[in-house]
Design a protein around this ligand. Structure first.
Ligand code: GLU
Length: 467
């Protein structure tokens, strides 16, 4: 069993196409199969090697491992389509020899005109067959006069093409609805329809999952494979990801590349758990490592309904991922955001203190600023709380620190006694005075991190508030 992901390296991978990669990987690994990555770079003008490198880097960061591909040759390479021209040449020859492909000399202008005529007659635009039956002599003459030609596949007439889609069930197409399509461009490069079909067969792909936007390509690709006596994989077309209001994923969301999400501070395991459930139903709502997601992946759990992108769900998995991460992971994640603010010897303590109050690394930076600044910066509501708390409260707190030190229970008992306050009236002004905000880590831990001197400074600031 072999699945594949076959991206065209024309940009950074975004949520939509990395989900396709993930599903193919999970499916292969649920069956002890092979997950192949092939680079479809026949469109030389739009393909860039930087995007290929970025793709493998992004996949590695997400933990999506391919078993076969450019870095893991299983004897079916090269895995870059731009390096497979010799292989394709043989199959073009075979099709021409069988009379199943023909050169087309139509210019772009002619084709556009044809399309217009068909549209105004209410017909779907389809190649009208101008060059389908040119005589050998005319073909020769055209070439001799220096004309260039594309190569078109001669679609057989009156044929039903049927395939059993892994997601959508049986799909039927009538070949009469399919115009003769281009399999080799005028510049000699192969078209997507052709190279993709040939490579799936030659690389012995057994299952190909891809976006629903490819459904109409499938009968064409099956026709190519049949014409060349090649095998076809089973195809599965995944519903596209749409915005929460069912409109196609907006530019903004759709342009969320994996690296953008990484820069924003999303954790890879959160993205993986989110995407794995976008169009696939898992019984468990637990955060799972990718191996577990693979173990429980099932074709039957794939949905046919459009997959709705939900930023809140993504945040849910982000929080789950943080809750489950160990200190080493959290440190790797947060260190760049705090490194220049926290002394090395305090890094671990600081990260342990604030990590569960962070959703993104920027939150850790905010906590570093909050806890390390000389002056507390009160949020608006908090300034009010300090203002409404009698200065004596903070004076008592300073006394309690001086008498008892900063051991939390002893300090609190002393403060309670001095002020006769309890509950929110006791804790809230204290928290606000020490941090400037209403919520955060346990007060005991905050005090431990701040240390006596800073605590006293902050209580002084609250006592002498100048607003
Ligand atoms: N290169 C094609 C794309 O990126 C692959 C489609 C497919 O998976 O067959 O859309």
């Amino acid at each position: 069993m072999k699945t594949r992901f076959a991206p065209s390296p024309t940009g950074y991978v975004h949520l939509g196409n990395i989900r396709t990669a993930l599903f193919n990987a999970l499916y292969a690994h649920s069956k002890q199969g092979t997950f192949l990555v092939r680079i479809e770079d026949t469109d030389l003008a739009r393909s860039h090697n930087d995007y290929v490198e970025a793709l493998f880097e992004d996949m590695a960061w997400l933990g999506i491992q391919n078993d076969e591909g450019p870095h893991h040759d299983h004897g079916f390479g090269p895995y870059f389509q731009s390096k497979r021209a010799d292989i394709y040449a043989k199959y073009y020859e075979e099709l021409e020899h069988k009379g199943m492909a023909f050169p087309c000399f139509c210019t772009e202008e002619q084709l556009a005109l044809n399309r217009k005529v068909q549209q105004s007659a209410g017909l779907p635009p389809r190649y009208s067959g101008t060059c389908r039956n040119l005589s050998e002599a005319l073909v020769k003459q055209n070439f001799q006069s220096g004309k260039t030609a594309t190569l078109r596949f001669k679609v057989p007439t009156g044929k039903t093409i049927e395939f059993n889609d892994l997601v959508r069930g049986v799909q039927r197409f009538n070949s009469n609805d399919i115009g003769d399509f281009i399999i080799r461009r005028a510049d000699g490069t192969s078209s997507f329809l052709f190279s993709n079909a040939i490579d799936d067969a030659l690389m012995q792909v057994t299952h190909a999952m891809r976006g629903e936007d490819h459904v109409a390509n499938t009968p064409r690709q099956i026709l190519i494979q049949q014409a060349l006596d090649l095998s076809s994989p089973m195809y599965g077309h995944l519903p596209l990801i749409v915005s929460s209001d069912s409109s196609p994923l907006s530019k903004r969301l759709g342009s969320w590349s994996v690296r953008e999400m990484r820069n924003l501070g999303y954790l890879p395991i959160a993205i993986i758990n989110y995407l794995a459930r976008l169009g696939h139903n898992y019984e468990s709502n637990e955060l799972m490592p990718i191996e577990e997601l693979a173990k429980h992946f099932s074709i039957d759990a794939l949905g046919r309904a459009p997959a709705h992108f939900d930023g809140q769900q993504l945040l849910h998995w982000q929080r789950e991922a943080i809750a489950k991460a160990d200190l080493a992971k959290l440190k790797e994640w947060l260190l760049p955001a705090i490194q220049d603010k926290i002394a090395i010897e305090h890094e671990d303590a600081f990260i342990a203190l604030i990590s569960h109050n962070c959703v993104f690394p920027a939150d850790a930076t905010a906590w570093a600023n909050r806890l390390c600044a000389d002056e507390v910066n009160y949020e608006e509501e908090c300034a009010e709380i300090v203002k409404n708390t009698p200065a004596e409260f903070f004076a008592s707190a300073i006394e309690a620190v001086n008498d008892q030190g900063i051991q939390y229970t002893a300090f609190m008992d002393a403060l309670k006694q001095k002020t006769t306050l309890k509950g929110k009236q006791l804790f809230q002004p204290l928290r606000v005075a020490l941090t400037g905000v209403l919520h955060g880590p346990e007060l005991a831990d905050i005090m431990g991190f701040l240390g006596k001197e800073r605590i006293i400074n902050r209580l002084e600031q609250a006592k002498n508030r100048e607003f």
